[in-house]
Ligand binder design. Structure first.
Ligand code: HEM
Ligand code: ISQ
Length: 154
């Protein structure tokens, strides 16, 4: 429990820093996903009619923020409950969106790596192995819930 509290604090602290530059971190997050997995480009509607990642796309920003907020929320729940619980409607929605876009399990590792790199970049010298584990665990639990829902809906 002590460790969960520490992890929650690290996630919250870094998220506070990141929130100061939502356009910047959103763009970096998305760009990193495409750097690691160029083929994932075709999945996203933001890129439909352009070859470049849009600099200030409201939908891209809103979705990127949601990914981080949900991960942050997961870290809080891990401390409070030892597991993550999403409202059934949220989970169903996320499951069906990702299933219909053709997202596969391997993509979740790509998004994890991009998320960790984005946090690292944003927090600079505050980055640590503990912070990496804290975000990583929160993300993994959230990803598992979405993947399970995708399987249930398939
Ligand atoms: C859409 C979150 C993993 C690809 C979304 C949306 C959210 C979200 C909140 C917006 C849903 C809406 O339209 O209302 C998450 C979270 C993830 C995750 C929390 C992991 C824990 C992934 C992965 C991929 C992916 C692994 C594959 C690269 C997409 C795509 C869309 C989407 C293609 C639709 C975007 C569009 O064109 O409108 N995701 N996602 N997501 N996500 Fe994820
Ligand atoms: C949707 N799902 C996962 C990651 C994302 C990153 C940027 C924009 C939308 C996303």
């Amino acid at each position: 429990a002590e460790m969960r509290a520490q992890q929650e604090a690290l996630v919250k602290e870094s998220w506070e820093t990141m929130k100061e530059d939502i356009p910047g971190f959103s763009l970096q997050f998305f760009t990193t996903i495409l750097e690691i997995a160029p083929a994932a480009k075709g999945l996203f509607s933001f890129l439909k009619d352009s070859n470049e990642v849009p600099q200030n796309n409201p939908k891209l920003k809103a979705h990127a923020v949601k990914v981080f907020k949900l991960t942050c929320e997961s870290a809080i729940q891990l401390r409070e409950k030892g597991e993550i619980v999403l409202p059934e409607s949220t989970l169903k929605h996320l499951g069906s969106v990702h299933l219909s876009k053709g997202v596969i399990d391997a993509h979740f590792e790509v998004v994890k790596e991009a998320l960790l790199r984005t946090v690292k970049e944003a927090v600079g010298s505050k980055w640590s192995e503990e912070m990496k584990c804290a975000w990583g665990e929160a993300y993994d639990q959230l990803a598992t819930a979405i993947k399970d829902e995708m399987k249930a809906a398939a």
